[in-house]
Design a protein around this ligand. Structure first.
Ligand SMILES: Cc1ncc(COP(=O)(O)O)c(C=O)c1O
Length: 430
């Protein structure tokens, strides 16, 4: 029987789209009919008699779930950019963030006011090339004038790109120090708090005791109604958001920070000024259009029927996916999933559930218990193992934000795993 031939190099890649490793070593499933037909033929009991399955890539958080919605919007979000448009470096001369288009700033404030997830009044908005760039700017802003390096910490399981974001430049200004729970150094520090957390969807707060020279940056990439109830209006010193996970347009590379302190905002802007003299205006314009279309769907004469409104639509889709996943996980009894409480949501004015962008699976049984990533790989599912998030290999993160046909293929493959079956069994993976 042929087994997986996935090489270690594919495992070693840092797979987040924002963290290099762009090259896909294997084809992903792109056509629903071919992938599903292929799946139907993949009776695990007869592996070897059928064509091998292509691995499906669920290790990255590429938010393609949103694609069909935006395609259905037709020309509503089309942009026309003339040859002479958007040519200047400057967008808002005199503003703290001089390269932020005023209309994007307005759309950002508008969507936070609609959703109620973050305070923006009297705060500075800094736009970045994705929120990944903004993390770098925060590191710089908090460390550039300090005589001592800034220790950067986060409680595991943490977003797998943080260690690299804080370490890649081997800067003398700041240093990745890992686990916030065991951090006990003197000197300035920055705790990164992701809430809801990537990878496990938990709601989090800082764990390091506050002291002089201590800072917290809130990464609120997933604090949107499709993923979690909006329980309060976040109002922290430094909050970052991303266009990628809020609405799905990861390719536009837009993120924004909401910052209370003017000096910090100015330093963040300074780094972007030095690195790239601003942020693409084309991308900013697209973000303005998309954020505006979502708000228009809720407000005024362009309001949509309830079920088509962006956040309501995706809250439903995410809930459906999670229900299906939980059914399969319950049936095969190999993995467990975190449980989430329903909470009162300010946005929808009722109880709402948590449906994270990633499933954080824990392998509970079998010989492969300590290598959940390798185990899933044997079934043609590429996911990201616990070690990359600062925890052990019994955990694995699987994206819940893929296109529908990929998600279906994932469930089918997961269904083929049964407790008690020889755990060395693998699907025939191309
Ligand atoms: C918690 C978290 N922060 C930041 C990012 C980076 O987002 P962006 O695409 O805006 O760089 C991601 C992307 O996966 C993320 O999960």
């Amino acid at each position: 029987m042929a087994h997986s031939t996935i090489t270690s190099s594919s495992l070693d890649q840092n797979e987040d789209p924002n963290c290099a490793g762009q090259q896909q070593p294997y084809s992903t499933i792109t056509s629903s009919s071919s992938s599903l037909d292929q799946q139907k033929n993949d009776d695990p009991g007869c592996a070897g008699q059928h064509p091998p399955v292509s691995p499906i890539s669920l290790d990255k958080g590429d938010p393609m779930i949103f694609e069909e919605y935006w395609e259905r919007m037709g020309d509503k979000c089309d942009l026309r950019i003339g040859g002479g448009d958007l040519m200047s470096y400057l967008s808002n001369p005199g503003g703290v963030c001089w390269f932020l288009l005023p209309q994007l700033e307005e759309s950002i404030r508008r969507i936070h006011s609609l959703v109620g997830n973050a305070a923006t009044q009297g705060r500075y908005i800094v736009v970045g090339t994705g929120s990944s760039q903004l993390v770098q700017t925060v590191l710089y802003a908090l460390s550039s004038d300090s005589p001592h390096p800034l220790s950067v910490v986060c409680a595991p399981p943490y977003y797998s790109c943080y260690p690299e974001l804080a370490g890649i430049l081997k800067s003398e200004l700041y240093k990745w120090e890992g686990d916030a729970h065991t951090f006990n150094k003197d000197g300035p520090f920055l705790e990164l708090v992701t809430s809801p957390n990537n990878p496990d969807g938990s709601i989090r707060g800082p764990v390091v005791r506050p002291r002089a020279g201590g800072h917290v940056m809130y990464d609120l990439a997933y604090y949107w109604p499709q993923f979690t109830p909006i329980t309060h209006q976040a109002d922290h010193d430094i909050m970052i958001f991303t266009f990628s996970k809020s609405v799905g347009h990861a390719g536009s590379r837009i993120g924004w920070a909401i910052v209370k302190n003017k000096e910090i905002a100015i330093k963040m802007v300074k780094l972007i000024e030095v690195l790239s003299i601003g942020v693409s205006k084309e991308a900013q314009l697209r973000a303005t259009k998309i954020l505006g279309a979502i708000c228009d769907g809720y407000e005024g004469s362009l309001a949509m029927p309830e079920s088509d409104k962006f956040f309501d639509y995706f809250r439903r889709i995410m809930a459906e996916r999670w229900n299906k996943l939980r059914e399969v996980v319950k049936k095969n009894q190999v993995f467990s999933l975190p449980e989430y409480q329903q909470e009162q949501c300010l946005f929808s004015e009722g109880l709402a559930g948590t449906h994270p962008g990633f499933a954080w699976l824990k392998c509970e049984k079998g010989e492969s218990k300590d290598d959940a990533e390798g185990f899933l790989k044997g079934y043609g599912i590429q996911a990201r193992g616990g070690h990359k998030f600062g925890v052990d290999g019994s955990f694995v993160r699987v994206s819940m934000m893929s296109r529908e046909n990929t998600f279906k293929a994932f469930l089918e493959r997961l269904s083929a795993i049964e407790a008690g079956r020889d755990s060395t069994y693998k699907m025939d993976v191309a």
